[in-house]
Design a protein around this ligand. Structure first.
Ligand code: ZN
Length: 209
């Protein structure tokens, strides 16, 4: 998706509402958790308003911020808005970001230490440039923090263009893509692999790697 095809606010709101219904149907949107955003044609960011159920979003639950995360209307964005603007600033090809509090991401980051290695999955082909299951990716895991300055500084040290996802321990994950449908696929695929890892841990008797 090039700049010419970036959405206006009304289109972005539709895409974000559709993503919310999808992620809710996949059990990735409990209560008011998560936050979603899109880069707009005018360089601003469309983002979900804080405290809304993502499976039941209305158009007025999506607000605009500038590229620095400053609200352009009298609504409160997610407390994690800075993590979105960081991704847009670092990666020009990122036009849609989804952040979810999924069960598998929380359980796995509680059970395991360090970053998460996913190896040998056919589904790894969801990631850019991967064409075979005969590979592995190391997904960064960051400790949870309420101070977004602290968290974003840690994130900046590890995230790369090659792997558009990261995990936050006890909390959830972030995924970004050139458009919202692809970001949704990325969430579904990552959650699928996290659930596989979780099932493997159960078979192994819950012993961490
Ligand atoms: Zn969160």
């Amino acid at each position: 998706m090039g700049v010419a095809t970036l959405p206006d606010l009304a289109q972005a709101a539709q895409d974000i509402m559709t993503a919310g219904r999808l992620l809710d149907a996949k059990n990735m949107a409990p209560a008011t958790s998560g936050n979603y955003s899109m880069r707009l044609r005018d360089g601003h960011i469309a983002m979900t308003v804080s405290g809304r159920h993502k499976g039941r979003l209305q158009a007025n639950d999506i607000m605009t911020l500038n590229a620095k995360g400053v609200p352009l209307e009298n609504k409160t964005p997610s407390a994690e808005a800075a993590l979105h603007t960081q991704i847009y600033a670092l990666f020009p090809e990122a036009n849609a970001i989804l952040h979810v509090h999924s069960v598998a991401s929380v359980v796995l980051t509680r059970a395991l230490r360090g970053d998460l290695v996913l190896a040998g999955y056919e589904m790894l082909k969801i990631f850019p440039g991967i064409t075979t299951h005969e590979t592995h990716v190391t997904i960064p895991v960051f400790d949870n923090a309420q101070d977004m300055t602290v968290l974003s500084a840690q994130v900046a040290q590890k995230i790369t263009k090659a792997l558009p996802v990261y995990l936050i321990r006890d909390h959830g994950f972030y995924a970004w893509a050139p458009d919202m449908p692809q970001a949704g696929y990325l969430c579904e695929a990552l959650e699928y692999m996290l659930q596989c890892e979780l099932e493997l841990l159960k078979i192994a008797g819950g012993t961490p790697k």
